[in-house]
Ligand binder design. Structure first.
Ligand code: SF4
Length: 75
């Protein structure tokens, strides 16, 4: 996953899902504190750095990113 290009906020697919690469710095009204890729069920990767997301094949998402498809990990 480390070799994949990073998904950016400017990516059209990312925009469609309101992806933000650094959710911790987000002012988005949609974003809820603590909901980040690292604890999303679609994320696979390290808690810090970049990993993969099933919804963005071929790209690496930021562990501290977020998008509107965020889904909490199963209990
Ligand atoms: Fe991050 Fe989850 Fe959105 Fe994928 S679906 S970009 S892992 S918040």
């Amino acid at each position: 996953a480390g070799e994949l290009p990073h998904l950016t906020d400017a990516d059209p697919t990312a925009k469609a899902m309101n992806y933000i690469e650094d959710a911790t710095a987000s002012k988005s009204a949609l974003y809820r504190t603590g909901s980040i890729c690292a604890n999303c069920q679609f994320y696979h990767g390290p808690d810090v750095g970049y990993g993969t997301c099933q919804l963005f094949p071929g790209k690496a998402v930021n562990a501290k990113g977020w998008c509107s498809s965020y889904t909490t990990q199963k209990a």
